[in-house]
Ligand binder design. Structure first.
Ligand SMILES: CC(C)(COP(=O)(O)OP(=O)(O)OC[C@H]1O[C@@H](n2cnc3c(N)ncnc32)[C@H](O)[C@@H]1OP(=O)(O)O)[C@@H](O)C(=O)NCCC(=O)NCCS
Length: 157
């Protein structure tokens, strides 16, 4: 087991993408922690690597990827505020509660601050209590409800 002193946080390289994807399959299972507008798949990893490569970070320990943080920045027109959206944060279960999520978050925050971000956004499902506890610990507040509605377009003639 890695001591946190031996955990390296670094920008992802192309060779890390498969490991990130497979780790995501373990931590973002279909039933837990994904939502209707974003589901974990290969495209999440490849489009972010193409669009915001500096905003994909990995935690490496024991010669493997044991965690990652991925996100993007959003510029709102007609306002000077830039948002940094942390889209995906995952730590391998065997490495939980060692501070690795926290190290990834702190580095992600530093990178987006360098890019001029003044507000960070995160989101997760309302029943993801570990993540909510984690984000509260990192200083997040003001949770806002978001309601999904559905319309069934099947025709029953
Ligand atoms: C959320 C997640 C990234 C946290 O990673 P981690 O490396 O275990 O977190 P850390 O060790 O840095 O925890 C920092 C603090 O967050 C809080 N925290 C973390 N996990 C927690 C849990 N399961 N229950 C309660 N609080 C928790 C604690 O305050 C913790 O500090 P402490 O250990 O000193 O008490 C990890 O649990 C995970 O990958 N979850 C599944 C994916 C997910 O939900 N991602 C977030 C939405 S994209």
């Amino acid at each position: 087991m890695a001591d946190r002193d031996y955990v390296e946080i670094r920008p992802a390289r192309i060779d890390d993408l498969a490991a990130i994807f497979h780790l995501g399959e373990r931590v973002f299972t279909a039933q837990r922690f994904t939502n209707l507008y974003r589901t974990w798949d290969e495209y999440e990893v490849t489009w972010l690597f193409n669009s915001d490569p500096e905003l994909i970070l990995v935690a490496e320990a024991d010669d493997q990827v044991v965690g990652f943080a991925m996100g993007t920045t959003i510029e709102k027109s007609r306002t000077a505020w830039n948002y940094g959206h942390l889209l995906w944060l995952g730590v391998a279960p065997g490495y939980a509660r060692m501070g690795i999520g926290s190290m990834l978050f702190d580095r992600f925050r530093a990178v987006v601050e360098e890019l001029g971000v003044r507000i960070m956004l995160v989101d997760t499902q309302a029943d993801n209590e570990p993540a909510i506890a984690f984000f509260r610990r990192k200083g997040f507040g003001n949770p806002t409800d978001h309601v999904y509605l559905t319309l069934n377009l099947e025709k029953y003639d």
